[in-house]
Design a protein around this ligand. Structure first.
Ligand code: OXD
Ligand code: MN
Length: 593
């Protein structure tokens, strides 16, 4: 395929299944034009110009923010909508009690009636994309048909988009079929429907990232988790990072935190000054696909090629790498817009502008009661902007994972860190994870909800079977990763965070690495192993003491009685498919308490 000879927008794939499928969908959606994306720079220029001309993007101040653009979404369309998200399997039991369900036939018919003719007067963009490094046995191809230029340009950042996907696909028909129609972005007609048996997704009535960048939550997690169970691998809502010691020893860990709990910050952490010579490399900040390697270890790739991170709160202290990453070639969505076409958000370095437009486009001043940036405003930046991008990022085999870390946002109950006694206990810890809800999804912010493995909104099949899959993976691993739980968010009696977090989290990470490598001692508690008094370094943390550390690690039996009752609530819901091992783990925990 010679890209120089293809004319922008013209069909250039010879894959017959792809062509036939696109034609069929075009007959249904009836767009005025079909534009076949190739992922080239020329195409990016053309489509960006067009997006600016149509008012979809605003060109930001190119001196300050080269290659950066601004997008404002419809105010009714700013987060994932779990109530509109469906898993469409033959039986309800296959989708399980934690998913909305509808039989595929009924859902196909319902959606078709809505989107038929829905692209009239519009262009249908054919967006081929590859999730994972070219040639990786874990990589998957998707094709998204969309009438949103914002989606096309974002997919170009978030995935390996364009001809490379057709190259990986060859003549195969094994690709995810994704259809996205914005329609009138009406929440009443908003559906994000997954058809795991057909490897297909239909998303209508939204233009918000998590609902419409189909490679991310829809393919990489919901469909991915379903495929992973069939094919003996795991699709997880996890960041992956590498920690390198001054001696050059590198250890990779994967960590699952619910949405907007700091995965991006953790994945891009900068070691504190005391840790001279230490480096943290980012493999991924949101999703890991993991498969047992020939050597009996678990290997992970990041299927994505960009970051779609929460903006508010990001600054030179909380995430200096992200500040650099989003300083160029970035699409900002729903932040504040200053008169000189710069961006502003709550928590950014420096003084707020005297005046700007808020995420709704209304005048904002520092006195305004509303926020300038929506709490779930986002940046989409290519991973290649990351100064600490792991050199292994394009390795088709991925990186070997030594530790899996679970964590949530918990003001009480959960200590800073503990280690599971073994894999099954680790699965129990992941399965019973709880977290306060955030702005990443519509509804209930602040309430603690059970979010097993941070996958509650993303598991594409029955959650009980998903736990079974986790337990089964142990049999395929000679050297399973060690499992840990962390909580950066514990508060004291005055409501202040006890732990400083951010770069200081490296101290926790170092203990985890030392445990994996058999170098750090630990004390046994009812919850698991915790750092012994002499192997957790707190030197140099401002206003921190061993008494504070004890407060952080304190196990309050009263809180834990309540906590275990909440585990029961989830287990009751999943009872019919719950592996017995997890019930035994609960009994053991109660006995230890
Ligand atoms: C995300 C999310 O956008 O988890 O990554 O909501
Ligand atoms: Mn996420």
């Amino acid at each position: 395929m010679d890209m120089m000879k293809t004319e922008l927008g013209r069909c250039f794939t010879t894959n017959k299944t792809v062509r036939a499928w696109v034609e069929k969908k075009a007959r249904l959606c009836q767009p005025d034009r079909i534009f076949w994306c190739d992922g080239s720079e020329a195409e990016k220029r053309l489509l960006t110009e067009q997006a600016v001309a149509e008012g979809i993007l605003i060109r930001l101040n190119q001196q300050k923010l080269p290659g950066c653009y601004y997008h404002r979404s419809s105010p009714n369309d700013v987060a994932r909508v779990e109530q509109c998200t469906y898993i469409c399997t033959e039986t309800e039991e296959q989708a399980g009690p934690t998913n909305n369900w509808m039989p595929p036939k009924a859902m196909y018919a319902k959606l078709r009636a809505i989107y038929e003719g829905g692209m009239r007067g519009r262009t249908m963009y054919v967006v081929p994309y590859l999730m994972g490094p070219l040639g990786s046995p874990l990589a998957k191809v998707g094709i998204e048909l969309t009438d949103s230029l914002y989606v096309v340009l974002s997919m170009r950042i978030m995935t390996r988009m364009g001809a490379v996907a057709y190259e990986h696909l060859g003549t195969s028909d094994d690709f995810n079929r994704g259809l996205h129609c914005m329609l009138d972005v009406n929440p009443e007609r908003r559906y994000i429907a997954h058809f795991p048996h057909d490897n297909a997704i239909i998303s209508i009535g939204s233009n918000y990232g998590g609902n419409v960048l189909l490679g991310k939550k829809c393919l990489a997690l919901r469909i991915g988790s379903y495929l992973g169970r069939q094919e003996d691998w795991m699709a997880e809502h996890m960041l992956v990072l590498g920690i390198e010691s001054p001696e050059g020893e590198k250890t990779f860990v994967a960590a699952a935190f619910p949405s907007a709990c700091g995965k991006t910050n953790f994945a891009m952490m900068v070691p504190p000054a005391r840790f001279k010579g230490w480096k943290v490399w980012t493999v991924g900040d949101d999703i890991a696909w993991m498969k047992p390697g020939k050597d009996g270890r678990l290997y992970a790739i990041n299927p994505e090629a960009g970051y779609f991170g929460v903006v508010p709160g990001t600054n030179a202290r909380t995430n200096p790498n992200a500040m650099e990453i989003m300083s160029r070639d970035t699409i900002y969505t729903n932040v504040g817009l200053t008169p000189d076409l710069d961006v502003w958000w709550e928590g950014k370095d420096g003084d707020p502008p005297k005046e700007c437009l808020d995420w709704r486009g209304q005048k904002w001043t520092p006195e305004s009661r509303e926020k300038a940036a929506h709490p779930n405003s986002r940046f989409a930046s290519p991973m290649t902007n990351n100064p600490m991008l792991a050199p292994e990022i394009n390795d088709p085999n991925g990186v070997p994972i030594s530790a899996i870390i679970f964590g949530g946002r918990r003001a009480d109950t959960m200590p800073l860190v503990f280690q599971a006694f073994n894999w099954v206990h680790g699965v129990y810890i992941g399965a019973t994870m709880g977290s306060e809800m955030t702005a990443a999804a519509v509804g209930g912010a602040g309430q603690v909800r059970r979010d097993p493995m941070a996958m509650l909104p993303f598991c594409g099949y029955n959650m009980g079977r998903y736990f079974r899959h986790w337990l089964n993976m142990r049999k395929l691993l000679r050297y399973p990763p060690r499992v840990f739980h962390v909580n950066w968010f514990r508060k004291d009696g005055l409501g202040h965070f006890i732990w400083p977090g951010f770069g200081e989290n490296l101290r926790v990470l170092k203990w985890i690495v030392d445990r994996c490598r058999g170098r750090a001692d630990a004390d046994e508690t009812p919850l698991g192993w915790v750092p012994g008094p002499h192997c957790f370094d707190i030197k140099g943390i401002p206003d921190f003491s061993h008494a504070r550390l004890e407060q952080l690690q304190y196990i309050n039996l009263e809180d834990w009685r309540r906590e275990i009752l909440m585990h029961d609530e989830l287990f009751l819901k999943l009872y019919s498919h719950l592996p017995k091992e997890l019930i035994f783990q609960r009994e053991l925990l109660v006995a230890r308490m």
